[in-house]
Design a protein around this ligand. Structure first.
Ligand SMILES: [Zn+2]
Length: 261
């Protein structure tokens, strides 16, 4: 009998546009040994509360990039942890360009860890590095093109410039999580690893590109997230008009969806 050791909870599935039906981006990957929250968009504390997920079970937070729909819930989530008198250390995983900004984000919002019952430890990674969370839970990041259009506005400031897509290694299973991407090319970042499960955002990529990817790579399942209300409606109609084999393969994620791996 196959035992599911991992589950992925779609905590928040909206895009940058605020919705009454969906919270901003956050994904919780649960395992028996480590529970990782990926991104922490505006309102993530409330999303967790509304889904009955204990904030205390989060062992670490991984950031893809710092757009507010992926990061603005961070100080507030730390405040909730402080109020619940958390004891265990919280691990923060981010590309090395983001760590100082995240530290300052807490500092500038008067969330001082010196006044807290728990510690935060930052793990700064380079793209391509394999990060080991536990014996059977690892991830690798790669830079995608989501932020490329912002390069000209940086004015020489390099800090904060990193946007990652992730390959999650869950036991023997490989899950690609695109986070926010720039184009369909980013879907191929881990193509050589042949991920069986694809979780892709759907706001910055054409529907046809998603179908092309499925046809070429034949993943087991594709989950679409990062959806505005109108886009969700449009994609639902498009999925419903597909042949049954594709309808069974493509899932439009809603907040609270739990996938067992
Ligand atoms: Zn986003």
């Amino acid at each position: 009998m196959k035992v599911n050791n991992f589950s992925i909870v779609f905590v928040g599935t909206s895009s940058g546009k605020t919705s009454l039906k969906r919270f901003h981006s956050s994904l919780l990957v649960k395992s028996h040994s480590f529970n990782l929250l990926i991104d922490c968009g505006d309102g993530t504390s409330k999303a967790l509360l509304s889904q009955g997920i204990s904030i205390d079970l989060i062992d670490g937070i991984l950031f893809s990039h710092l757009h507010p729909d992926h990061s603005a819930g961070f100080p507030s989530l730390i405040v909730q942890m402080k109020q619940l008198k958390r004891v265990k250390k919280l691990k923060i995983f981010c590309h090395k360009n983001l760590a100082e900004i995240l530290r300052m984000f807490l500092h500038q919002t008067f969330v001082f860890m010196e006044r807290s019952s728990f510690e935060i430890e930052y793990f700064e990674f380079e793209h391509g590095e394999k990060i080991v969370l536990s014996e059977d839970f690892k991830f690798i990041s790669k830079q995608n093109s989501h932020l490329d259009e912002y390069v000209n506005y940086l004015d020489g400031r390099k800090a904060g410039f990193a946007c990652s897509s992730f390959l999650l290694l869950l036991g023997e299973r490989r899950v690609y999580y695109s986070a926010d991407i720039g184009s369909e090319k980013d879907l191929d970042l881990f193509r050589d690893q042949k991920p069986e499960i694809i979780i892709t955002e759907a706001a910055h990529i054409k529907w046809e590109s998603i179908l092309d990817y499925i046809e070429t790579n034949q993943p087991e399942k594709v989950y679409l997230t990062h959806l505005g209300d109108e886009l969700a409606l449009e994609l639902k109609q498009k999925i419903d008009s597909l042949p049954k084999i594709l309808i069974d393969k493509i899932v439009l994620a809603d907040d609270g969806l739990i996938v067992r791996i």
